[in-house]
Design a protein around this ligand. Structure first.
Ligand code: 5CA
Length: 447
């Protein structure tokens, strides 16, 4: 999806707030509201305003590219599902109050999907009949609804939230394991591209089911889960994921190397094993945010929903399945928890709403306006996403707004620089400033 490459703040909808909103308890929620990224519509349900929307789309695109890279195919299933499918799997009753149930005008039971195992299995069952149809992975990026008892922390625990959910179909458990491992590698790559160190941890399977599962956790004091791991995982370079994806042994070896050190969420934690395996000074007990969760559940859904294929020997077998979730909207908050300072958000470049903030310190001055307009056009021509603060506001307001919304690079144009032939370039993360010619700034940022 193509996002608008350049905007002027004077005509943009960016309702920033100077003060902290009273009801936001954690920093990401406060900063998302203050920077005008989101607006709460009702408990756990949000609108995504222009800045927030851009971030959401960037996160989504990284997730998409990494799914495509491992050969998963994108589809789109509806948000509203029929209760009948869920009766077949037995989850209609099991799901309880978290499921939002709806009756249509013909008195048919419908529901707002909290996840899609049943529907995708039904799609597969109707069309795939032979071993030639597997292995297969499909995914979609769609809004889910879970009527959480305690929606809180903004988009981190919403009721309506955006999820990427992928599903794998294989002939036997060994092939299923390979699909699971490929997703595992895609997850490592996905989070590291967003500037996050997400640690895979052994986890409970809850209402999804199955007996193999990992949660991907980023550490943050405000995280909802208590986690335990070997310190080496915090030092481990999780970006080293270069492996031949069609070599199951090599993929397994890479997954093994990441899962060998102790790492577990509280439901799976085993104090004795933790103490036996990890020396005292290497034991990390922390809080974390679950940004993804993957499951392997064999024939839990394929059996009741009739998703079977014929083997090359003519035998009928239920397919082996796994499902793989990424909390796309939760990540917007999770990344802020990991990337902020006292002045606001510090976006990693890969998910920043814009790469460059162009700040005109004297709007209406012929000199500064000229340099800014010229740079604004040239950034666009070079394909660099730019937000141009062309408001008639005090410099202080512009500085604090651009710091707050966290654009990685600021180009500051004032009358002094125009006279001397330079602009100022500021790195939002390090605070480093440099004076250079407008051409040099353009060359650096277009690189
Ligand atoms: N069907 C499986 C995987 S496709 C599934 O639903 N897994 S899940 O329940 O673990 O959800 C996947 C991810 O969605 C979680 O790791 C989390 O990052 C995100 N998520 C779950 N519930 C919420 C919520 N209430 N608000 C925001 N994100 C959520």
């Amino acid at each position: 999806m193509r996002l608008s490459p350049a905007v002027r703040v004077s005509t943009y909808f960016m309702p920033t707030m100077r003060d902290d909103p009273a009801d936001a308890q954690i920093v990401s929620h406060r900063l998302m509201l203050r920077s005008g990224m989101i607006r709460q519509e009702s408990a756990g349900i949000y609108s995504w305003l222009p800045l927030g929307f851009r971030v959401l789309k960037k996160i989504e695109q990284i997730v998409r590219e990494e799914q495509d890279r491992i050969g998963a195919h994108e589809i789109l299933m509806p948000t509203i599902q029929s209760a009948d499918l869920w009766r077949k799997s037995g989850r209609y009753d099991d799901y309880g109050k978290e499921m939002l149930r709806i009756t249509d005008r013909h008195e048919r039971d419908m529901l707002f999907g909290p996840t899609n195992e049943e529907m995708i299995t039904d799609i597969f069952a109707e069309h795939a009949k032979s071993y030639k149809n597997v292995p297969l992975m499909m995914y979609h990026i769609q809004w889910k609804f879970r009527d959480e008892v305690r929606p809180r922390f903004g988009v981190m625990r919403g009721r309506e939230f955006l999820m990427k959910d992928a599903y794998s179909f294989d002939l036997d458990a060994e092939a299923g394991r390979h699909s699971y491992n490929k997703q595992f590698i895609a997850y490592l790559r996905t989070y590291s591209r967003m500037g996050l160190q997400a640690i895979p941890m052994a986890a409970d399977t809850g209402p999804i089911g199955g007996d193999m599962s990992h949660e991907f956790i980023i550490l943050a004091d405000t995280g909802e889960s208590e986690v335990f791991c070997d310190k080496s995982l915090l030092e481990h370079d999780l970006t080293e994921t270069d492996v031949n994806l069609s070599d199951p042994a090599a993929v397994q070896a890479l997954v093994d190397s990441v899962t060998a050190p102790y790492a577990a969420t509280d439901e799976q934690h085993d104090t004795a094993a933790f103490e036996a395996e990890v020396p005292e000074d290497r034991r990390v007990t922390a809080r974390g945010i679950e940004v993804g969760h993957i499951f392997f559940f064999a024939d839990k859904y394929s059996k009741p929903l009739g998703a079977s294929v014929t083997t090359s020997q003519g035998e009928q077998v239920d397919v082996q399945m796994g499902s793989y979730g990424v909390g796309v909207s939760r990540l917007a908050g999770g990344i802020i928890e990991a990337c902020h300072d006292e002045n606001g958000i510090v976006w990693p470049e890969a998910v920043a709403p814009f790469k460059v903030a162009l700040i005109n310190l004297r709007q209406g001055d012929e000199g500064t306006d000229g340099v800014c307009e010229d740079l604004y056009a040239k950034f666009q021509a070079a394909g660099v996403e730019v937000i141009y603060d062309d408001r008639e506001e005090r410099a202080g307001v512009k500085f604090s707004d651009m710091d707050l919304i966290g654009i990685p690079w600021q180009i500051i144009v004032g009358p002094k620089g125009v006279k001397g032939g330079f602009v100022e370039m500021k790195n939002r993360k390090t605070g480093e400033r440099e004076e250079l010619s407008a051409e040099a700034a353009l060359a650096k940022l277009a690189a």
